[in-house]
Design a protein around this ligand. Structure first.
Ligand code: ADP
Ligand code: MG
Length: 696
């Protein structure tokens, strides 16, 4: 067996392969494209394509595919074989530069939100050389961007790349002002911690709700839930361990730095964290990780649930987006340095983030808005639907002293004026104690914790990068024009902290009192997707995102529409599934149980044996539940018909959130009450207890 370092990245056409296989001239040219975005010459592309193909064939590949991320949030691919006929009746294996660079998937059924009229239904995919090609299922996967013929982005990668570029450009301007002349690029990095549930496949296939919607739409709580918190970091069960080992091995081959695996708080919940990498690659790799988790689970007779809230009353799953900004020379700009000047630079970048998060709370919130995540934000053990920043006490004291223009006490030293003192190093353990903040500073990076477990991380990072790029642009404009840089810098930082201090909250975000406090501070609380997403088209947001070149207005409109549509479709499928399960599984089981009680009651009355109070009470309770199930199912059916006829997408989604979902909750409540009164023998669905505790 190969050692880990030998097999790591063995299925990736990474820099090692490129350097070893390409001529030095071609390699240089490609490197120039990867690092500086230079256009790729077709001769170079041909040469790269040919080498890539040979490498892929050596590794057993027969096909290639342009791999892209349409607005559905998952990945898409269309496979083509390398074969081309040869005159002698056989075939040769071919792959041209043109095929590498550009593809034309039949894209008419991908959502475009009105961007692409049907007469020009085709979009095209364009190679993204900054994310490596890899092999999976005997196919060469080429990461690509996906655009319409008019050039509008139809995917999540294109705006992500644009946002990284914008942030890099503005950050460099700042660095130059601080006298840094050697950094050539600034990039953002991300480490995305992924949470998921693992359940037994045998049980999964007996639950239509899991199959159709990824979450349980019914289910009474089991006697034991997560009260003991004995699962968190608990010893890993052998079957899960075998699964995790398999996952690590496959991810390593794909060049994904899977690092940490542990049990999470809820029973059957686990987490996987990779080592951070460039945002674009982190995004591709997270998509691949989610896919591999699901695929490998089935090899072990398990199902990996990536839904944000598979079980009611139990922690949901999120994704922590650890984010930092660094130069190509290896300087982390969110790390306080060793000298006063580096500190001032750190404080400026920190101010830029604080300003960005305050100015664009709405964009950050809506970047994680999905039907699934609506169950999680604000719910048990998850960040509230209010965006705020945690910086920790030590850093808060520094920021306060700057804002209020008073000496910094914490240090024992005197004046904590900018640049006049050396900041303490923020140890991870002093800043990481707060687990309830949606956006926490953790020593040298920020952890954005609002993402749902099934979200693509692209949207969150697009908004984060864009908003911070915007702060940096405003700062750079001002500082470049300043006569006295140091003086202006001081004023700028002080002003920014004063103005945006309201977004900083170091307390317990799960506390009810935080909601009213946040309201008093003027922070936004957007509880549902329809409530949040419409803000994408607010004037200030459109202005920032279009002027910085991240999105065109048409792209923003299309994204709003698609998000609303996705939301509505998701919930409508859930509602239809509930009605179906209620009628064809749950009501028959309840009927069966009732018959039994009724027979017994009649027999007892006939023979005059004992009191009948037990039977009578159960019959009453169960009949009540039965009636409510039927009533709510019928009400939902009428609502669905009415809602489907609403033409306006925003109005439709709002009706779903405000009218349909409460009905679904009522139906569920009645069904769950019935479950607790019905014999296990008749109940057609595996219970919560079975689902959460059966994997050994
Ligand atoms: P935890 O949050 O579980 O205590 P860590 O803070 O060590 O653990 O790491 C969490 C994630 O943050 C990992 O994916 C790690 O690679 C990532 N990470 C660490 N440093 C950085 C950084 N500078 N930029 C982006 N991500 C980082
Ligand atoms: Mg973490």
């Amino acid at each position: 067996m190969k050692s880990v370092p030998e097999s790591f990245g063995s299925l990736v056409f990474d820099l090692r392969e490129m350097r070893a296989r390409l001529s030095s001239q071609v390699f240089k040219s490609l490197e120039n494209t990867i690092e500086n975005g230079m256009k790729l010459d077709i001769n170079v592309a041909n040469s790269v394509a040919n080498t890539m193909k040979e490498w892929a064939i050596e590794h057993g590949a027969t096909h290639f595919t342009h791999w892209f991320q349409p607005l559905t949030g998952i990945t898409a691919e269309k496979h083509e074989s390398f074969i081309a006929p040869s005159p002698d009746g056989g075939v040769i294996m071919e792959f041209s530069g043109k095929e590498l660079i550009k593809g034309e998937p039949d894209a008419s059924s991908f959502p475009s939100g009105g961007l692409r009229a049907t007469f020009e239904a085709r979009g095209y995919t364009a190679w993204d050389p900054t994310s490596y090609a890899f092999i999976k299922d005997r196919t060469l996967y080429i990461p690509t961007a996906f655009c319409s013929y008019g050039g509008e982005a139809l995917d999540k990668k294109t705006p992500l790349l644009r946002s990284m570029e914008a942030l890099g450009r503005e950050a460099l301007r700042i660095l130059r002002l601080f006298g840094n002349t050697d950094a050539k690029h600034v990039v953002t990095s991300v480490g995305a911690e992924q949470e998921y549930f693992l359940i037994d496949e045998e049980l999964y296939i007996r639950r239509p709700d899991l199959i159709y919607t990824g979450r349980t739409l019914f289910g009474a709580m089991s006697p034991k839930g997560q009260e003991l918190e004995d699962h968190y970091f608990g010893s890993i069960k052998p079957r899960v361990k075998a699964f995790m080992e398999d996952v690590d091995e496959e991810l390593w081959k794909l060049g994904i730095l899977a690092k940490t695996e542990h049990n999470e708080v809820a029973p059957a919940q686990h987490e996987l964290a990779p080592i951070f990498t460039t945002t674009n690659r982190a995004c591709d790799q997270n998509q691949l990780t989610m896919e591999m988790l699901q695929k490998i689970a089935s090899r072990h007779g398990l199902v990996c649930l990536l839904h944000e809230k598979p079980f009611k009353g139990v922690n949901g799953s999120g994704k922590h987006n650890n984010w930092s900004i660094a130069t190509d020379t290896g300087i982390n700009l969110l790390s306080p340095g060793d000298t006063p000047y580096e500190n001032a630079q750190f404080l400026l970048f920190l101010s830029a983030v604080i300003k960005a998060v305050d100015d664009y709370q709405d964009l950050l919130r809506l970047s994680v808005a999905t039907a699934g995540n609506d169950h999680r934000l604000g719910a048990n053990e998850a960040p509230p639907a209010i965006v705020s920043i945690f910086v920790g006490e030590e850093l808060m004291e520094i920021l306060d002293s700057i804002a209020d223009d008073r000496p910094y006490k914490g240090h024992g030293k005197v004046q904590m004026m900018l640049g006049a003192d050396v900041l303490p190093r923020f140890q991870k353990d002093t800043t990481d104690r707060n687990r309830t903040s949606p956006f926490a500073f953790t020593g040298n990076k920020f952890e954005f914790r609002m993402l749902g477990s099934s979200n693509s991380i692209a949207c969150a990072n697009i908004m984060l990068n864009s908003a911070v790029a915007n702060s940096l642009r405003i700062f750079a404009d001002r500082l470049e024009a300043a006569e006295n840089f140091d003086a202006e810098l001081r004023v700028l930082i002080r002003e920014t902290i004063r103005k945006h201090r309201r977004i900083i909250f170091n307390g317990n975000g799960y506390d009810e009192s935080w909601k009213s406090e946040a309201k008093r501070r003027g922070l936004l609380e957007m509880r549902t997707t329809p409530e949040a997403i419409v803000h994408l088209l607010d004037e200030k947001n459109v202005k920032m995102l279009t002027e910085s070149g991240i999105y065109s207005l048409a792209e923003l409109e299309s994204r709003t529409e698609i998000t609303l549509e996705n939301y509505s479709r998701t919930v409508l499928i859930e509602a239809a599934t509930m009605i179906d399960m209620a009628r064809r599984m749950i009501l028959p089981a309840v009927g069966h149980q009732l018959d039994l009680f009724l027979e017994r009651l009649l027999r007892r009355k006939d023979t005059g044996t004992g009191s009948c109070s037990y039977e009578e009470r159960l019959i009453e309770e169960l009949t009540d539940a039965e009636e409510r199930i039927d009533e709510n199912a019928r009400a939902m059916q009428a609502k669905i018909a009415r809602i489907k006829a609403i033409g306006d997408k925003a109005a439709q989604a709002t009706e779903i959130a405000e009218d349909l979902i409460p009905s679904m909750d009522r139906l569920r409540e009645a069904a769950d009450a019935a479950e607790s009164l019905t014999s296990k023998e008749f109940w057609p669905l595996p219970s919560y207890g079975e689902l959460m505790f059966s994997v050994r």
